[in-house]
Design a protein around this ligand. Structure first.
Ligand SMILES: [Zn+2]
Length: 279
């Protein structure tokens, strides 16, 4: 076939039986896409004012702690396929959270109304030993923590959960006329991260249990057990507990949310009671 070598990688000659639908598709795709980079890369580079390390970014897709929904939203973000107002003409292009800026994909990371949410997430990460990122916008949109380097795996997983939660609540502002609450969003993010850490630990434990009566090693390798020390501690026998820092962060956010809700209700009550001024 045109564009294909006469011999395989192992040196043996190609045969007619090698012409399968799978190989033809693979070759045609390669001819079309070789040296062609996705358009989104150039668009993001332009907006960030530098050439981003795309091989590193694409290579970071998929973490053990993010599920299909989170990865799909993350994928759409990288591909610049997230729905935002400046991509349509039917309604205003201004941010739905009323910060008086245009709503773009970059705006997810820069909106002043969402900033307290991201600050809470970065603060939580510092509490588990991950430094504040050099450029928070790049950390939010690409998981880059310091120049061209990715954040640690716990940071990447946390940001994917956070991004997914921001997107969900952001959509609900338009679709269901719900307010965007930074504290509630941070609480949901950490609760979702906690569930993911428990799912991962349960699956590692199951693998360990399945190996008990086989010739395979029946203890969990230390690197697997100690993979997410800031989120969950796991012993090599498969037992696990959520980290005190994560549990405490969830409790603190619940307390804060209750206090803020109460304060809002009290203010609303006072407003209703305030006597009307007569001219
Ligand atoms: Zn905004």
């Amino acid at each position: 076939m045109a564009g294909e070598e006469a011999t395989k990688k192992n040196g043996s000659r190609r045969r007619q039986s090698d012409i399968t639908i799978q190989n033809i598709t693979k070759l045609n795709t390669r001819l079309l896409t070789a040296d062609v980079r996705p358009n989104c890369e150039a668009s993001w580079n332009l907006r960030m004012g530098r050439i981003l390390p795309w091989l590193v970014i694409w290579g970071s897709l998929g973490t053990e702690l993010s599920d299909a929904t989170e990865e799909s939203r993350w994928h759409r973000n990288l591909h610049r396929a997230t729905f935002v107002r400046n991509r349509q003409n039917e309604t205003s292009k201004m941010c739905r959270l009323e910060c008086n800026r245009e709503e773009s994909m970059l705006h997810f990371a820069t909106c002043s109304k969402i900033r307290p949410f991201w600050d809470t997430i970065f603060l939580f990460l510092t509490s588990i030993g991950i430094p504040w990122p050099t450029n928070p916008t790049e950390a939010i949109l690409f998981n880059l923590w310091d120049g061209d380097s990715l954040g640690p795996i716990e940071a990447r997983a946390t940001i994917r959960h956070a991004f997914s939660e921001v997107y969900r609540r952001f959509a609900l502002v338009d679709l269901a006329k719900l307010n965007f609450d930074c504290t509630a969003a941070a609480l949901s993010t950490l609760q979702s991260l906690r569930r993911a850490a428990l799912r991962r630990a349960a699956s590692v434990k199951k693998m360990h249990a399945n190996r008990l009566y086989t010739h395979k090693p029946n203890v969990i390798p230390q690197e697997d057990a100690a993979k997410y020390p800031g989120l969950i501690t796991m012993a090599t026998d498969g037992s696990y507990t959520i980290s005190d820092i994560l549990e405490q962060a969830i409790i603190n956010l619940k307390t804060k949310l209750t206090a803020e809700t109460l304060q809002r209700a009290t203010l609303a009550k006072l407003k209703r009671r305030r006597p009307k001024r007569h001219p």
